[in-house]
Design a protein around this ligand. Structure first.
Ligand SMILES: Cc1cc2nc3c(=O)[nH]c(=O)nc-3n(C[C@H](O)[C@H](O)[C@H](O)COP(=O)(O)OP(=O)(O)OC[C@H]3O[C@@H](n4cnc5c(N)ncnc54)[C@H](O)[C@@H]3O)c2cc1C
Length: 396
């Protein structure tokens, strides 16, 4: 076994021990869930993770992370995913992790100092503002938000929604049209850093999602940008690079989500097996003795294992050949794993009966939050179309 593999196994072991404890400690915070009342508890865990040298593991060693490849990182995300706040305490939660990546890749030295460094340290949070209520997110070239050059500044106007975690964030990365007449729609937009204290930045509301407005990091905001003036030094990358930067952000981001979902599925599966073997349905039998339940157990196990292998295969391809070459694999896992997650959570809730509907287990909270897995970062249908189109190209 090479040193690297040995070191990685040590890291995995350390991470598992922290997550096992978090699963127990976070339980009371998941009932009547409220993010702002959870922050002090989470900060304690963050301090522990930092002093163990495991903070921001997705980042290169030079920038203070662990320098792992995606294949290794995926395995850690599965462990993080088993606790509701697993990713957060390691500072690799969406949307911050994606923003860190693009700032690392495209940020100027001033942007790094002002925005990236405090994000890496976990001192501030951020958000990503692309989707608009009046346009289809599945075709983001249709966008009304504009950024118009005015001297040394840009003036941004637009209406966004589902800007996750905007509540309490220090800055937003905003997609806006800068060159509406470009014949290539993919070159029309740019990305800007907009501090949330910029005059004209307004959170209209935290949108109620599945009965829950949430707060702080656990919320999705409707945001208006009204004559938001930012200096041109807040342009991220070059003008017209908005879509290519967004693509860079989404490729590895989808692997992170998928591995996290496998972690959730494994935890739901574990709860399902525990409950099946302990819930008596008559004097001599438990739920586990029922063939229908056994079928759920088998189906769930094989689906989770298949999902994991597909994700690790995609991660390996990205590591070896880059995200562009792995676009079919990335689209395949995005819809496949999101559906496995939904099926496993649904079976776990059904098996728990009324208990499954309560917040005494994390199943209902996950079920509410993760229904969106089949929609964000591209709905199922869009990814299915992409996979089929790429395959059929080889036949035409
Ligand atoms: C919980 C959550 C968090 C989010 N966080 C963020 C965020 O932080 N920042 C951000 O910018 N956005 C975010 N989004 C927005 C998300 O990216 C969009 O919802 C997504 O891209 C889909 O866009 P839409 O909702 O406008 O659906 P539409 O594009 O209007 O599509 C509606 C439905 O039509 C179907 N459909 C679409 N296109 C096709 C097609 N070609 N063929 C067949 N069927 C099709 C799909 O079933 C789709 O669900 C978030 C969304 C959710 C739910």
């Amino acid at each position: 076994m090479s040193m690297t593999e040995k070191d990685f196994l040590t890291i995995k072991h350390q991470v598992s021990k922290i997550i096992d404890r978090l699963i127990i400690d976070e339980k009371p915070y998941l009932q009547n869930h409220n993010f702002s009342q959870t922050i002090d508890f989470l900060e304690q865990y963050r301090r522990e993770v930092k002093s163990a040298g495991l903070y921001t593991p997705q980042i290169s060693k030079e920038n203070g992370g662990l320098g792992l490849n995606l294949f290794q990182l995926g395995q850690l995300y599965e462990i993080f995913g088993q606790a509701f706040y697993g990713l957060y305490i390691f500072n690799c939660q969406a949307p911050d992790a994606g923003n860190m990546e693009i700032l690392l890749e495209h940020g100027t030295s001033d942007q790094v100092e002002q925005f990236l460094n405090p994000l890496l340290e976990g001192k501030i949070r951020s958000c990503f503002s692309m989707t608009e209520p009046d346009n289809p997110g599945s075709n983001p070239t249709l966008m009304n938000t504009t950024a118009i050059k005015d001297g040394n500044d840009y003036i941004i106007n637009g209406h966004k929604w589902f800007t996750s975690s905007a509540d309490g964030a220090s800055f937003a990365i905003v997609m806006a049209i800068t060159d509406p007449n470009n014949s290539n729609p993919y070159l029309q937009a740019s990305q800007f850093i907009v501090p949330t204290n910029t005059p004209g930045f307004q959170i209209v509301r935290n949108i109620s999602v599945m009965g829950d407005e949430g707060d702080g990091w656990m919320s999705h905001a409707e945001v208006k940008y009204t004559n938001c003036r930012v200096p041109s030094s807040f342009l991220l990358g070059k003008e017209g690079q908005g879509f290519s930067i967004a693509q860079e952000r989404l490729g590895p981001g989808r692997i992170h989500h998928c591995m996290r979902w496998i972690g959730i599925s494994e935890r739901a599966f574990h709860l399902m097996c525990q409950y099946a073997t302990s819930r008596k349905i008559n004097a001599n039998q438990t739920l586990a003795d029922q063939q229908l339940v056994q079928s759920w157990i088998s189906d769930s196990k094989v689906e989770i294992n298949a999902a994991r292998l597909l994700v690790l295969d995609a991660a390996k391809k990205i590591d070896n050949q880059g995200a562009k070459e792995a676009k079919i694999e990335i689209s395949m896992i995005k819809f496949f794993v999101a559906n496995v997650l939904q099926k496993v959570l649904d079976r776990a809730i059904q098996l728990h009966g009324a208990l499954g509907m309560t917040d005494d287990t994390p199943l209902a909270l996950w079920y509410r939050h993760e229904r969106a897995a089949r929609i964000y970062d591209g709905p199922d249908e869009v990814h299915k179309l992409r996979v089929a189109r790429e395959i059929l190209k080889q036949y035409s």
